[in-house]
Design a binder for this molecule. Sequence first.
Ligand code: ZN
Ligand code: ZN
Length: 314
Amino acid sequence: MWDFFFNKPANSEPIASVPVHPITRAMLEEAPDGSLYRLGHSTILLKLRGGWWITDPVFCERASPVQFAGPRRFHAPPIAIDELPPLDGVILSHDHYDHLDYRAVRQLAGKSKVFLTTLGVGDRLIGWGVPADKVLQYGWWQDVEINGLRFTATPAQHFSGRGLRDGNRTLWASWVIEDGDQRIFFSGDSGYFPGFAEIGKHFGPFDLTLMETGAYNEHWPYVHMHPEQTMQAHQDLLGRWLLPIHNGTFNLSMHPWWDPFERIVQLGRERAVPVATPMMGERFSLQAPHTGSRWWQDMMVAQDAAPDVALARH
Ligand code: ZN
Ligand code: ZN
């Protein structure tokens, strides 16, 4: 813990802001079904059957109980909540600060038709002022059909809590999203565990997996995945395209900030798995998937050459 707070390597944060493709309301209104935008960390905006869905919406400056301390964003969100079109639903994996943003939830309460959450997290939302009839909470393997889409809360190996006395009182989960025979997996946060193979058996193959890789550390191997485990989990799930999340936005571990991207792309090459790394805010199409550019590499080379200037933006 001492190292985590006081001896963070300089390269665990970028020297300059991570580049962002700004998104406008008009762009979203014109976007075809199957459009997907990474807004940061584990926040994914997704258009299915004409409706918009968002996973783990975090728009705040710091993933922390307070806004004067704690991990600060590497980039601004590509679009503000006010600019977002009305949403069919918010999908929440668990209640950690880098996944559940109080102010975002309050702002989305009027904008989103439903909040799909895990057991206990829904009670938090109601306590925060989200109308109870919009809150749907599930245990693992429970599902709901909305507007022709099926959402299933599936297992994850993680933990929960936002304070000192609420550890593991609410559930954590991953989510399976089915649109006819098109299937998407959203990992939430998880360590590597046999649940991925089980989910793959029930729901695979997946057209796209949104997989956490980032914030890993040898001291907490059971609650987050190293890139090799992320790749294995993707294969256990019978995934086709892999889009790595939980990286590039907050400094939550000791590794260089580009490490998750570099390693997962390398593993993709070795195992012939297509890995998509869209820039924050760049459109990714489920109908015509593309790897996107490896946008972090120039920043990585520049920062490696000048390690001392890291953290200068603070
Ligand atoms: Zn977490
Ligand atoms: Zn997390």
